[in-house]
Design a binder for this molecule. Sequence first.
Ligand SMILES: Nc1nc2c(ncn2[C@@H]2O[C@H](COP(=O)(O)OP(=O)(O)O)[C@@H](O)[C@H]2O)c(=O)[nH]1
Ligand SMILES: [Mg+2]
Length: 238
Amino acid sequence: MPDTPETRSFRLGVAGPVGTGKSSLIATVCRELATELRLGVITNDIYTDEDARLLRSAGVLDPERIRAVETGACPHTAIRDDVTPNLIAVEDLERDFAPLDVVLVESGGDNLTATFSPALVDAQIFVLDVAGGGDVARKGGPGIARADLLIVNKTDLAPYVGVDVEQMVKDAETARDGKPVIALSRTDPASIALLTAWVRSMAHVVRTGDHTPVDPGPMAPHSHIGENGEVITHVHTH
Ligand SMILES: Nc1nc2c(ncn2[C@@H]2O[C@H](COP(=O)(O)OP(=O)(O)O)[C@@H](O)[C@H]2O)c(=O)[nH]1
Ligand SMILES: [Mg+2]
């Protein structure tokens, strides 16, 4: 079924390394915006539907609006190179719950440099956390430098891991040429309000056709451990 203005949602990717808080951020967005915007969620997991189950059990959205794509050994392939299973999942969700305003797509998150193809999402958030170290933002990479929004998450943990949040945000802003950075914690309502305001305004810009999806760029060469324990090393050329 072709996209029509009635069924096409704002597709928002959420990428970033494992454990930085992508699922939690999606749960927060659902909790805050589910009465205002019609939402759906797609998760990408390697072999399971763990993230989808976690989000369903959070009780922030009708469980039927949360679906999982199982990606196999190389989860970023499903958000960059062969986005077909994800596109089908998004379009199915859009059709089953038409009309949806926003579909959030969570990446499998195996790699610091994995980002979404603009063929799959209209805009993307890249999530770092303070526990990953204050210098991560300075190191850059396509998601950090060019995602539409960068989140420095779990700021409540900063005192315990010796990270200066203000400095980390400054470093990130320098790496991003002025594109937005939000220091976020699920315990800080003011930071959550900044996040929801960004989602709301991006949904509006996408709906009015004033946004062109941008590819943050190819990821660095990297290796994985395959299903049978073998090491797979490869590059993505686009
Ligand atoms: N202290 C703190 N922990 C958080 C926050 N957000 C998420 N977490 C925790 O970080 C861990 C990983 O979160 P999750 O959302 O599963 O990360 P994902 O792998 O990126 O999806 C979980 O134990 C969450 O409870 C936060 O703002 N503050
Ligand atoms: Mg997750």
